[in-house]
Design a binder for this molecule. Sequence first.
Ligand SMILES: *Cc1c(COP(=O)(O)O)cnc(C)c1O
Length: 407
Amino acid sequence: MTVTKILNLLKEEERYQENTINLIASENYPEKIILQTYSNIISNKYSEGYPGKRYYSGVKFVDEIEAIAIEKAKQLFGAEHANVQPHSGTQANMAVLFAVLNSGDTILSADLGSGGHISHGNKFSFSGKFFNIVHYNLDESTNLINYEKIRELARKYKPKLIIVGYSSYPRKIDFSKFKEIAGEVNSYLLCDIAHIAGFVCTGLHQNPCSFADFVTLTTHKSLRGPKGGIILCKNKYAEQIDRMVFPGIQGGSLNNIIAGKAICFELALKNEFKKYIQTLVDNSRVFYQSLIKNKFDIVSGGSDNHIILIDLRNKNIDGHAAQEVLEKANILVNKNLIPFDKNSPVKPSGIRIGTLGITTRKFSKKDIIKVADIISDILNNLKDENKILEKRKIVEDICKKYPIYKE
Ligand SMILES: *Cc1c(COP(=O)(O)O)cnc(C)c1O
């Protein structure tokens, strides 16, 4: 009974994903070949340790796969050392923090409203519980990074670690300025490129690997790989980082996911992948220009990547309500804090949209404009249930043109 139920729900999910326009900026669709690694029986194996230094026998193929994943990760990002075992981006960050900090040490990082991640010191996360957190914000007039303000905070608080990296920042980041600041106050620098990893490895965003102490990322966002995290660092930190991932904070690694990561890195090294990342940016521009035409207020006025942050205050609707009504029309977005938001994360003033999913599905520019118009139409007519149903039909028709996995 339960088995049938679960299998049916999984089938339903497949149909739902095909019939939904997914604008959640952290989600993407990996190649089928990567999905196939998820269910491989190599996941049955225990492989605590690292290639050539395992605590279990029978891991010769696991060793080969992980060694390839490590080599490809280093090649892709130009890094000295890679640990490909973190189960998620949060765990990658956790390993770095626990590797170099003692409890009570000071971290300087962005707050949630500026687009920082929970694992950067939010009080509900491990990162906020063990360490002394000082947050920096964006510039109040431009909603851009204010490097001088961050320099002042660094001088004042002398953090042991500075974290830079965002979940909802639509603009480029000058990591080298953060390096300068970290150098001045002698603190470690962690660059969290979870969202922009695909931009960094293709040269479409500044790559911090040559100068940052640590770089963490997720493989499932712009990299189009399996759900997971990795850590890149200088050789001098390799042992410290590896020992903190295992046995520090994780047990056995997910061998099937590591196989998927290896394939993902290989695909990201190809020329087509750079074109894909460029298309993400082009599609963002088409999207936010249509939204601006529809009188939406775009935080920072636009986007240099796949992320568009919409300030909904001029539309008299909060992010939560917008997310809910769009879901009824099979359009998925997520509610998001905007810089200096007066509302709580439960009912924030904005929504975040991203172009990863629709770019992977190869949406045409014309259809992207159509989607922006539909969003506008729905948010301007919240109570009109008939209109919402009518829009859902249109959304489903658009989706039929762009199958994800069913060809
Ligand atoms: C997504 C994200 C992470 C980690 O995400 P997980 O869900 O833990 O894999 C970390 N940092 C940033 C900036 C992110 O956007």
